[in-house]
Ligand binder design. Structure first.
Ligand code: PHE
Length: 414
């Protein structure tokens, strides 16, 4: 873009910018906050809860969010044309570096350390819509367990499966299962069918037991069982792959993705004779349920009315302090001839008004039949979490947004 600075400073280091650079100041500011390391922050409390459930796993954190696209995508088998790589979906610092979009970006290096049971928590970044459940920065936890594909390794696996099955049989949980593998969710050739079936069983038992530790007696009521649903899924770096959902407040909520680790990862990590399962879960989604937090922006709040409510090691219900009134404003414009991605509008709003935008929705769009020009209308809902916004304040914010839309993207305001 014209007028783009030639370098950008992130976590105390200068990075050259180029025509791939799309990280915005609002995002750059979030790097290094490490919410998940604060012991009395809901994300920190949840991290510790999961770490204590997997108490014989090594817990990692603090890995830099700045990675190469190779680490985030290629090493994990993402094809060259995968949509996640697009500038409209991910944040690039320049052609060589980006903000990780998932914790799986660190699988190869942690496996390469020789860790056989591990967890890794970090902030991840994705360009996305703006509403109460989406935020361009969120947190994931990756977990994996490695077994030797030898008779001894498989005996260890059998023993663990027996122990976990017994524990789950005594618990108030109802599981909707899927087959361990299928023609559309195949077992890779490095695994014998028999070993893979036992590995998938171990994965399912381990994660069902985690769901029970997190949600048991909380989703539903004390007498009602916890309902967990397994669904066949696809990830380039696992097969078979699954998603796990939990039934909460009348809805199925997606909690995590998982599967058996593909050969490419094990080979790059120099453990070609081992087998492993891995999972990745989003912390915000779970924390919003467990702590009854209604808006994802609250995790970033520095307001003591939010932070002082929580106690290390304890799940407690968030008490909403007064919600200040919202104020919505619309903006309509003709798109520039090269078009404009929704995510570019969302990032600009974040950049100009920060967390004062509660949600942004496209409410109208059409193409003029004669001129072929496209018009869009966005509705921005302004609401502060800390005070009542006056109409004048909301107008001033909206004017800034409109000016920036015109100056940065060349849209024609209607
Ligand atoms: N990284 C995947 C995601 O973000 C989740 C995942 C992790 C899936 C590990 C399989 C194994 O959606």
């Amino acid at each position: 873009a014209p007028g783009r600075p030639t370098t950008t400073n992130l976590l105390g280091k200068e990075y050259p910018t180029d025509d791939k650079t799309n990280i915005t100041p609002a995002i750059a500011e979030k790097l290094g906050r490490k919410l998940y390391l604060q012991p009395s922050h809901p994300l920190g409390i949840l991290r510790e809860l999961i770490e204590s459930h997997f108490n014989n796993f090594t817990a990692h954190s603090g890995f830099s969010p700045i990675v190469t696209p190779a680490k985030n995508f290629d090493d994990l088998g993402f094809p060259a044309d995968h949509p996640g790589r697009a500038l409209s979906d991910s944040y690039y610092i320049n052609n060589e570096s980006m903000l990780r979009t998932h914790t799986s970006a660190h699988e190869v290096e942690v496996f390469a350390r020789g860790d056989r049971r591990w967890l890794l928590t970090s902030d991840v970044y994705r360009r996305d819509e703006i509403d109460s459940t989406h935020y361009p920065v969120f947190h994931q936890m990756e977990g994996a367990r490695v077994f030797r594909s030898t008779p001894e390794g498989m005996t260890e696996l059998e023993q663990d499966n027996a122990r976990l099955s017994e524990h789950l049989a005594q618990s108030n949980i109802v599981i909707e299962d899927v087959p361990h593998s299928s023609p559309t969710n195949p077992i890779p050739s490095i695994y014998s069918n028999h070993d893979a079936e036992r590995m998938v069983l171990n994965l399912k038992l381990s994660l069902n037991s985690l769901m029970l530790a997190l949600f048991g007696g909380r989703a539903g009521s004390a007498e009602e069982p916890l309902r967990v649903r397994w669904i066949e899924a696809y990830f380039p770096f696992t097969s078979p792959s699954f998603e796990v959902e939990v039934f909460f407040h009348g809805k199925w909520i997606e909690i995590l993705g998982c599967g058996l680790v593909q050969q490419r990862t094990l080979q790059l990590a120099n453990i070609p004779h081992d087998v492993s399962w891995a999972f990745g879960l989003g912390l915000e989604r779970i924390a919003m349920i467990l702590f009854a937090i209604p808006d994802i922006r609250l995790f970033w709040s520095t307001d003591s009315r939010f932070l002082d409510q929580f106690t290390p090691g304890k799940i407690s219900t968030f008490k909403s302090y007064s919600k200040y009134p919202p104020c919505h404003k619309d903006v309509s414009f003709w798109l520039p001839s090269e078009g404009l991605h929704d995510n570019d509008v969302f990032d600009l709003v974040r950049d100009v008004v920060g967390d004062l935008a509660e949600d942004v929705k496209m409410i109208d769009g059409f193409t003029h039949p004669k001129t072929q020009r496209t018009s869009r209308c966005y509705r921005i809902n302004y609401r502060s979490m800390d005070k009542s916004l006056s109409n004048d304040e909301a107008n001033a914010l909206h004017t800034d947004v409109i000016t920036q839309l015109r100056d940065r993207f060349g849209v024609e305001i209607r």
